[in-house]
Design a protein around this ligand. Sequence first.
Ligand SMILES: NC(=O)c1ccc[n+]([C@@H]2O[C@H](COP(=O)([O-])OP(=O)(O)OC[C@H]3O[C@@H](n4cnc5c(N)ncnc54)[C@H](O)[C@@H]3O)[C@@H](O)[C@H]2O)c1
Length: 325
Amino acid sequence: MNSMLQIVYDISLLLYYWLEGIVLFFVPKRLRYKSVTDDIVLITGGGSGLGRLLALRFARRGARVVVWDINKQGLDETLRLIDGEKHVGVTADNNDIKIKSAYSYVCDVSDRAQVYETAKQVRESVGKVTILVNNAGIVSGKRFLETPDDHILRTFHVNAISHFWTIKAFLPDMMTSTRNGNNNNNKGYGHLVSVASVAGLSGTVRLTDYCASKFAAVGLDESLRLELQCDGYTGIKSTVVCPYFINTGMFDGVSSSIIPILEPTYVADEIMSAILTNQEVLVIPKLFYTLLSLKSLLPTKASFITLNNTFGFTKTMTEFKGHSK
Ligand SMILES: NC(=O)c1ccc[n+]([C@@H]2O[C@H](COP(=O)([O-])OP(=O)(O)OC[C@H]3O[C@@H](n4cnc5c(N)ncnc54)[C@H](O)[C@@H]3O)[C@@H](O)[C@H]2O)c1
């Protein structure tokens, strides 16, 4: 295609996707949910908080669920809750959705060798993972110079670098997987989910290592999405999730004067909705789409006043305690 034709083609596509976005905005999301009944979903950090809530939601939709965590007790509780689920839905073609058995593995995602070894065990005992949710996360919550070196390294290893190991472990299977409707122009089948944070899009006080690690997770998601798209693997979807503070205990003690701290069940429902509709980027609450755009639109000093003085984002971590354990 000559360059003029290419430009016209690109502009037409741009208008098409823009229009598609407007139309889809008015279509209820649940009408566009994909089925996950034939999927194997692996969730890291599935022993508590968001990871557990997502595990329950995937199980209710009939997926085979695998949870990883360093917390054995937490994993047992997640499996117990899934086993106790009575909720059985129906698929679009009116077949019953059955709760399938779930599996748990103690795995420290920051340990590359453990990730590869445990991934091998999952492939042999459960099957090929088709949805990977990188959710495990930690926070130090100290001022820059007070953060011990090993905390900085651990934060990066858990929140960002582990994503490289888990994706490397499961992506090759997704690249060779096929599902009905896939053809040579739509290679692969799978979904990569990264639970990052609003802190991966905007820095804040007492969160230097956390923000930097979440920026890294966001960068990995975006770059890999482009790479897979350019290589024709359009059957492999990705979703990066950027929520504000959530009431899971991880950020106990934080204060937020204007924007309410989010409820975990609401965030888990929003994440499921984004995954089931193949939404690429989810920022919660939606107000942050506007607030974050101010960073690019306003001069730096003006955006500092708006984001930090008006919304008080520089003071949120002042009383931070984090998990009691
Ligand atoms: N809670 C919030 O305010 C908030 C806001 C934005 C984003 N997030 C992100 O959401 C994700 C889930 O957090 P949450 O709020 O449910 O907190 P959580 O502490 O309840 O869950 C995190 C889980 O990760 C596990 N984990 C920690 N290190 C691990 C390791 N090395 N290997 C395996 N598992 C490990 C923990 O044991 C825990 O079960 C995290 O990535 C977090 O950064 C949380």
